[in-house]
Structure formats: C-alpha cells, structure tokens
Design a protein around this ligand. Sequence first.
Ligand code: SF4
Ligand code: SF4
Length: 421
Amino acid sequence: MASSTLADSTKGFDMRTSIAGPLAGTEAGAVAAKALRACVHCGMCNATCPTYQLTGDELEGPRGRIYLMKQALEGVRPTRLTLDHLDSCLSCRACETTCPSGVEYHRLLDVGRAAVAEAVPRPWTERLFREGLRRLTISPRLFSVLLALGRTVRPILPRTLQSRIPPRIEAGPKPTGRHSRTMLMLEGCVQSAAAAHFNRSTARVFDRIGIRLLEAPKAACCGAVSFHLDAAAAARAQARANLDAWMPLIDQGAEALIVNSSGCAAFIKDYPDLFRDDPDYLPLARRVAALTRDPVEVVETADLSLARNPAAPRIAVHEPCTLQHGLKLSGRIASLLSRLGYEPQPVADNHLCCGSAGAYAILHTETANTLKANKLAALNASGPAAIYTANIGCWMHMVDSDAAPVRHWMEAVEAVLSDPP
Ligand code: SF4
Ligand code: SF4
C-alpha cells in the first residue's frame, strides 16, 4: 500500500476493533484490542518517532504501524511490506511517552509483529541469518571466542567492521566485602562477554554502599534478543531458566534484582506479559518484575555525601530509550551524577534513539548509523569529558566514537567512591 493512500485512508480511522483469526478470544488478542481502542489516531506520536522523522513516511511512524497491525489483526492478509514496516520499528517507545491517550504501543507491537511474522514467512536465508545472529548473541562463550578473534584481526578490517568490535577493557577485581544486605545481579549475555567491567564496577559500587551483589550461576540472557528475533518460545525458555535460578536466592532474602543494562531491565519488567498464558510461571514473573531495579534506584538512596568529583567535569548522559521510555527513569542518572560533582550538560533530542535497539543495528545498518551519527553529535555538542550510558547495546553501538569516550555511568560513580577527596 502506498503511503499517501494510507495517510488518506487513516483520516477516518475507526477506533472500534474486532480481533479475528487465531488471536480472537485470547489474552494476547485482548492486549492488542485494548491498545487499538485507546488510539485516537491523533498522530502526535509521529513527531517523536525516529523512523518517521528520517523518512516522513506515515507507514514508518507509530500511527501508520498501528493501522497496519489493526488491519492484520482484524483479518486482512498482511504482505511483506507490512512486515518490513513493523521490522523497521526500533521498539524505542518514544511514541508511548508522547501519546496523550496512554496507548501501550510496545504491547501491541509484540502481538502484532508476531502475528504478521507468522502470516508472512521470511525467506530461509533471512531466517538462517536471524537465527545465527540470535545464537551468537545469547551465548557468552561463542560471543567471547568470536570477539577475541575479531579483536586480533581488527587492525586489518574495514572501518565499518572495526566499529562493531568493542575494545577490551580490564574488569578489575571482584569485591570481597561481606554484607548482610544482598541483592541479585543479572550478568547478561553479550555484556558478560564484551563489557565485563560494567558488572564489576557495579558490584564494587554496591560493595561500597554496603550491599553484596549475588550472581545466580544458572541465570543468563534475559531473552530479549530471542523475543525480538521471532523466537518467543526460546525467550520464554530463557526467562523460565532465569526465574528458576533467581527464586531460591530471593526466598533467602535477596532484596532486589539489579540489572545495569536498561534494555534487559525493561524486558524483565515485561516478563508477566511473556507468561500471561502460563499459570505456573506468571506469579514468579510478577514477583521478579516487581523486584527488578536499575542501579540508580538503589545508589541514589545511599549516603554519598562525602563522595564528590573535585574536577567538576562536564559530562553528557546518554539515556537509552529503555531507560527513559521503558523504565521511566529519565533524569535520575544525571541528577545523581550531579550530586557527585559532575556537570551533566543538556543533550538535544534526548528522546531520540541512538539506533542500537538490540539486533536492529545489524539488521538495519543504514538507519542505525544515521541515528548514531545524530546522537553522537548531540552528545558531543557541549564538549564533554565523557559520555555515560546505561545500556550495553548502546555502548557497543557508540563506543567507537572518535570524540568523548563512551562509558557506563557506574564507572563515574565508582571513580568518586574509590578516590574520595
Ligand atoms: S499519539 Fe497515541 S492516540 Fe495519537 S496516534 Fe499516536 S498512539 Fe494513537
Ligand atoms: S517504537 Fe520508536 S520507532 Fe517504533 S513507532 Fe514508536 S517511536 Fe517509532
């Protein structure tokens, strides 16, 4: 369908909806119908949608995508073009933050994209690539081997490939403090292989504030990558394994689950959606979701009155979409770092995605690179000494920046706690 045709046809958008086909009468169908009925088709969300901003195409914005999903879920056969428009969505949720009607776009997208992907089979080559990418990403061992190989040959690779290989950064020692307060920490899949220093730095900061972070050895990938690559069953299996690994430690007194990568935290917060049809795991999913915390939610409550960076460096805080639109923690990291003596600078278009978006940067290179260039320009505009982010995917996407270095924000906290004035 041509964009102009859709833009015209959506002027008389009908808010009534009736889910047809296999989703009729199901919980997933009800979730989609709720979002479809809430949308008043005002189009305000288009103004903050990165893909709409880049293309000006109605079908590359949330309102057009909602329309496409409505059609598909009501029984109109979707086409490859429908799937392409849904695939090109970054799942950044900027549209949700903007929407005055409270449309839970990401819940609709989860249902709608799965239904369309089911109805429009991908060619085997595409399926193979996506499955290979998924398996590589979720296996820290496999990822580590390939990363080591990539780092070895990095100097002779073209610049575009070099930028995909993050540098090796020393993780430093594990903290040894024994504290009565304990919390769990998700080590993650890619993160544990590519940026182990994020986790070590987090563990040392928590140690300094009197909390021991526990690792559940059998917990691994949160499942987000699988879920977004058409492998919902695999995502559920990964989430079940995590819940099984965490529950005994929660029962023994772990107060929270600390997830220092906001993409993983936002996905775990949505575990109840993943298990909406599973009465055995739904209560566990709800319990863990309620205990999931970004580190800022804990560190900002600690007594840090003696910690201060005397140099008062200018910094830029990169707020990942999952942090601001998913977890709704916008402003919290900058506020904490400001208390610690840093000087966070304003960042233009803070609401816009950097283009990382999980596997998106690999699958939609051109859009991802344009968004990355825009984001790095905005972050570097004030000449910061460093850029601090809160998500492994965003870090990997932007770490090759040739201006200010990109780091995890826990490193900024650790710097003042380790070396108080
Ligand atoms: S802003 Fe909300 S109600 Fe308006 S078109 Fe977008 S999703 Fe629908
Ligand atoms: S999730 Fe992001 S890319 Fe997708 S429609 Fe909403 S604003 Fe646009």
